[in-house]
Ligand binder design. Sequence first.
Ligand SMILES: [Zn+2]
Ligand SMILES: [Zn+2]
Length: 253
Amino acid sequence: MSVEVHVLASGSDGNCAIVRYENSAIMVDSGLSFKSTKSLMAVNGIDENELKGILVTHEHIDHIRSVQIVSKKLNLPIICNQNTFDASHFDGNMHERIFMMSPFDIAGMSVVALPTSHDAAEPCAYAIDTGKKKILIATDMGLVTYQVEHALQEADIALIESNYDSEMLETGPYPYILKRRIDSDVGHLCNTVSGEVIKRTITNHQRKIFLAHLSKKNNTPDIARETVSRISGIKRMNLDCLEFKGDTRIIKE
Ligand SMILES: [Zn+2]
Ligand SMILES: [Zn+2]
């Protein structure tokens, strides 16, 4: 059976992905409203009973907006490290505490949290292994840690941040201080650096690359694909991303 990664949303309006394998599923971040999350799951044919837990990457609102309510309504554990849990101000009783670089099993998959560099309490990416296929979900990172780079090399499906075009950020409408935050080591990944790490990690095995967390103000799907394609050598048509507000994807492998 194939693994499916459902990208329900990706970007500063909200982030939510669901990894599904053999009728079990894990949600990674829940940054949409509960209502939108439920309806997108229904549209994508995901039965809420398949979900076994919510992995949280970090406490920014675009990642946690409905974590608490999804957890309560669907009776799902909130799986994250202690610092993220505390910084998110979640209620205590549904927490399953995890530790960076310590693999654990959920929904029949092996999961490990990888440290990322971002202005949050203890941010992470997640590498998920079904036993047959490996998935990486890595966004919100000012630089690529070696743990993320290693996981990117091994991944069969990789959601990797390609947040902004450097020129658009510099000439765009954001205030100076916000521009500096975004392009700092604890901010977001630009198209160029995303393209470089994708290139560095190319091996013989085929990966499906999804460009994630694109900025609406400082990037476009076209520019992200063009830049990453030019730098990495991967054909544009093989670089997927969300195209418009409300767009979703199902990536199968
Ligand atoms: Zn974010
Ligand atoms: Zn963030």
